[in-house]
Design a protein. Structure first.
Length: 323
């Protein structure tokens, strides 16, 4: 190899290294630095579970936006002394959720995992939902490119730091909006509906989740939060059959249930898809009572109680001001 070719190769390597350094710097610049930055609220809420004390959570919850809109871990803690975290992400899929569960179980050993079934009826894309945040730093210049409009001096020298962003709501998204929803008279009355057919990959991933839970001695509970805009008897029958086959406990909140007084007209923040705080309180109360009645939980360590009591004061003060 002559000197000219060697020089050309070295030049290419030099430019490659410069490009990599610039790209890594742009990753740092465009990443949201706090929840007030564009995209920051979703990013930090999705990752704040990492700040929980190791092995401090009794229950971990997974699913899509129905879950983070419909279950309040702080209410469950206040009423039933159960520590939980809402690990749901928008547009979650079974495959993405499986990877997310594996990640979160590296730091936590819950007694129960709760999964909302709505996310099992969408195309099983592995790169959406929680997967968007597992390596989000690598594509930050693309994902958060719109932040260029709001960049401040701090963005050019400050690193994003998840550890500084504890979520006192434990993954729950608060909303007091009320949508005047009218429930159809025949909703969930077609009891003999033919079961919906799940994707083979979804069934495979569900069985993998069940296997993980069995191996780690974790109880698995499937639920379906009220979602009249998408839920049907066919889907309910599918989940009933699947849960019977795999021996998974199942609660469908779309059915008429004793001691569950759900007001469809006032408990949604939109057209029958996501719950507001009033609907979330009803679901959280029933779920908390069910968890307390059906599973055994260990006594919490003092440092865990202290941390949760501190968050509970903030949570109640927030509700008092907003409601």
């Amino acid at each position: 190899m002559n000197k000219k070719n060697i020089k050309r190769i070295l030049t290419i390597i030099e430019f490659g290294l410069i490009f990599m350094l610039l790209y890594f710097y742009m990753m740092m610049v465009f990443m949201p630095k706090d929840s007030n930055d564009m995209g920051g609220q979703k990013y930090y809420r999705a990752n704040a579970y990492q700040n929980e004390i190791s092995n401090s959570l009794d229950v971990m919850m997974y699913g899509n936006s129905d879950v983070y809109s419909g279950i309040s871990p702080m209410q469950i803690y206040q009423d039933y002394d159960i520590t939980s975290y809402n690990c749901a992400n928008e547009k979650e899929t079974a495959k993405s959720m499986l990877k997310h569960i594996k990640r979160t179980l590296k730091k936590q050993k819950p007694k129960v995992i709760v999964i909302d079934t709505d996310c099992l009826f969408v195309p099983n894309d592995p790169d959406v939902g929680s997967s968007k945040y597992s390596n989000v730093e690598l594509n930050a210049p693309v994902k958060y490119h719109a932040r260029w409009k709001e960049l401040e001096l701090k963005d050019f020298y400050t690193m994003p730091n998840i550890s500084k962003h504890e979520d006192p709501f434990k993954g729950y998204k608060f909303s007091k909006k009320k949508y005047n929803y009218t429930l159809k008279e025949n909703y969930m009355q077609d009891f003999d509906a033919k079961p919906f057919k799940l994707e083979k990959s979804v069934l495979k991933d569900v069985k993998k989740i069940k296997k993980i839970c069995d191996k780690k001695h974790i109880n698995l509970l499937f639920i379906t939060i009220p979602t009249p805009i998408t839920w049907t008897n066919a889907k309910h029958n599918t989940m009933t059959n699947l849960c019977e086959e795999l021996q998974i406990d199942y609660i469908d909140f779309n059915l008429q249930i004793d001691n569950f007084d759900f007001d469809y007209q006032n408990y949604f923040r939109d057209n029958g898809n996501h719950l507001n705080i009033y609907g979330a309180q009803e679901v959280s109360d029933y779920l908390g009572n069910y968890l307390k009645s059906h599973y055994k939980f260990n006594t919490h360590k003092q440092k865990v109680i202290k941390a949760w009591d501190k968050n509970l004061k903030y949570y109640n003060k927030y509700l008092e001001e907003k409601l």
